[in-house]
Ligand binder design. Structure first.
Ligand SMILES: Cc1cc2nc3c(=O)[nH]c(=O)nc-3n(C[C@H](O)[C@H](O)[C@H](O)COP(=O)(O)O)c2cc1C
Length: 321
């Protein structure tokens, strides 16, 4: 059977089963524009605080700002209070959002200590209240993103996924690591397979896909309905095309640098000069990985005074390779 195919999540039809993962600090609009251009069917926002969206300060609004060219758009919220999550999703339902996701996998202490993110894996009762509140708040497709469990002694992804399904979630994404692992070790895809066997709604597999081969393997091994790609897409939006097309040839260095410049320009337009320069200082290293002379280039980038100087450094670097 063809591994890459259109799927439906609730009422949302996706042209294929490749999804760009939510990544805080990275999956802002420019990243999503590039990921969608390269063929993924759905690009997720970074996680946005439910409480923050209710207060709706300008900074929070930026997180869910989108562009018509980047549809469908999935917005991820995090929080531990069912009422706030319901209220925030209800408010955001009038925005051009095509799917809501609830974060139940963030390992960061600041998030978990408030009972949100991966800490929800320890609280099945709260998961059911949160999903029910979110379901009541919107008719738009609703998903949750979980981990395998809190730690290796408490693997409970099947239990949590089934609760979500029974409370009306339209799909479950699972990053096949525990919270304890954070990003270390290997994702254990057998958890994705186990969740897939237990659910009727679509299951989105996530963790350690770096190539077309990995993507095919995950689908083969787990029978998951869709795959979600995170780190391998940072500075490498071509991964989606490479997964979909076995004949795709990797972009050359100049093309990578040209795309980095586009990313920088979109960031400046989207975030403003200061935040764009800050964000690009780390993102650029992903675009330039392995290019000879990158160490000196990166030193100059770190010392640069703003996006205009960064752009000319990228141009110079491209001219000399
Ligand atoms: C820098 C960074 C930020 C992330 N932010 C989020 C987030 O906001 N919400 C979320 O659900 N997962 C977040 N993740 C986790 C990814 O979505 C994904 O589950 C994880 O990286 C595993 O997939 P991968 O092996 O394809 O990277 C983040 C990961 C990274 C590396």
């Amino acid at each position: 059977m063809e591994k890459f195919h259109p799927i439906k999540i609730g009422t949302l039809s996706l042209k294929n089963n490749l999804i760009a993962a939510p990544m805080a600090g990275l999956s802002a609009l420019p990243y999503r524009v590039l990921a969608m251009e390269m063929g993924c069917a759905l690009a997720m926002s970074e996680m946005v605080s439910a409480e923050g969206t209710i207060r709706a300060g300008e900074k929070t609004k930026r997180y869910f700002k989108n562009d018509e060219s980047v549809r469908p758009f999935g917005l991820q919220v995090f929080g531990a209070n069912p009422e706030s999550i319901g209220k925030s999703i209800e408010m955001l339902s009038s925005e051009p959002v095509d799917l809501f996701d609830i974060n139940m996998g963030c390992p960061v202490h600041k998030v978990c200590k408030k009972g949100a993110g991966a800490a929800l894996m320890k609280n099945p009762e709260l998961v059911s209240k949160i999903v029910a509140a979110a379901r009541k708040a919107t008719e738009k497709p609703l998903t949750i993103k979980i981990r395998a469990g809190w730690n290796s002694k408490s693997i409970n992804c099947i239990e949590i996924a089934k609760i979500a399904e029974s409370c009306g979630a339209d799909a479950v994404a699972i990053h096949a690591r525990t919270r304890e692992q954070e990003f270390s070790g290997k994702a254990d895809w057998s958890h994705i397979a186990a969740v897939k066997s237990a659910l009727k709604i679509p299951v989105i597999g996530n963790g350690d896909i770096k190539s077309r081969h990995d993507a095919l393997e995950m689908i083969e091994q787990t029978r998951c309905d869709a795959i979600m790609i995170g780190r391998a897409a940072i500075g490498n939006p071509w991964i989606f095309r490479a997964i979909l097309d076995s004949d795709f040839s990797e972009p050359g260095r100049k093309e990578r640098l040209l795309t980095a410049t586009r990313h920088l320009e979109m960031l400046r337009e989207f975030l403003g000069e200061h935040s764009a320069a800050l964000a690009m200082r780390s993102i650029i290293s992903w675009y330039t990985k392995g290019i000879p002379g990158v160490k000196e280039f990166m030193r100059n980038i770190q010392r640069s005074k703003g996006t205009a100087e960064m752009k000319s450094l990228i141009d110079q670097f491209a001219a000399n390779i």
